[in-house]
Ligand binder design. Structure first.
Ligand SMILES: *[C@@H]1O[C@H](CO)[C@@H](O)[C@H](O)[C@H]1NC(C)=O
Ligand SMILES: *[C@@H]1O[C@H](CO)[C@@H](O)[C@H](O)[C@H]1NC(C)=O
Length: 212
């Protein structure tokens, strides 16, 4: 009986210091060595200005790949200062003729700002599969709601560069083509799932690095 009454009191003492800290804490730079949790990374003890700065987006990404495009992330793993702040960034380089194929970010809404080039960008609604598509020129922005499939491709005659803002420190990235064809999903299962034939599936697997 006494124990049952004591427990809530003990619990409140356990919880109080943390909730008080949450109200007064300015930031929580990620200690990447401690691993991610659903609430973000634990906080690093010693913090300096460099933790809130990242120069990894200054360099163009390497677009020599099947998509002729590269996403350079500035997520919490690269930029620990964004931990807990509900924000992060990326740079997208799309060579002439390149595409960022249909993909989702499960944990963030995305906003793009075209700093160079001309692209088509679109997202697809989940309730009616409506395609919302626009041509974007230098200086234009577009927003892609969290979790929805979207894509971009370069329609210009010069490389396109996008600055990306995400509404979360760890947006995640899942590309449909790679989810299906860059792994060891058996060819006969993929035939059922995609209505493609064996030859087509082997071609996709070979293009995207999957095993037969
Ligand atoms: C770009 O990537 C390709 C393919 O991985 C590689 O062969 C090439 O050396 C890379 N270029 C640079 C400048 O790193
Ligand atoms: C697979 O599908 C392609 C495209 O429809 C067709 O050209 C090809 O003959 C098919 N291959 C087989 C083995 O059925």
């Amino acid at each position: 009986m006494a124990n049952a009454m004591l427990l809530p009191v003990l619990l409140s003492f356990l919880v109080l210091p943390f909730s008080a800290m949450a109200l007064t804490q300015d930031f929580c730079v990620a200690d990447l060595s401690l691993g991610d949790t659903p609430a973000g990374y634990p906080c690093k003890a010693l913090v300096g200005a460099g933790d809130f700065y990242y120069n990894g987006l200054a360099v163009a990404g390497n677009t020599t790949n099947v998509f002729k495009a590269t996403v350079t992330p500035a997520s919490v793993a690269q930029f620990p200062g964004v931990n807990g702040l509900g924000i992060s960034a990326a740079r997208v380089d799309i060579a002439v003729g390149g595409i960022v194929p249909p993909h989702t970010h499960p944990a963030a809404t995305e906003l793009i700002f075209v700093t160079q080039g001309t692209i088509v960008a679109a997202f697809i609604s989940s309730n009616s599969n409506t395609v919302y598509t626009k041509t974007l020129y230098k200086g234009d922005i577009m927003v892609f709601p969290q979790g929805l499939l979207h894509y971009q491709y370069n329609i210009g005659t010069s490389p396109a560069v996008l600055l990306v803002a995400f509404s979360g420190p760890n947006p995640g990235l899942q590309i449909i083509a790679l989810a299906l064809f860059a792994n060891n999903l058996p060819s006969d299962v993929l035939q059922k799932l995609t209505y493609l034939n064996d030859t087509q599936i082997k071609n996709f697997k070979s293009t995207f690095g999957g095993t037969a």
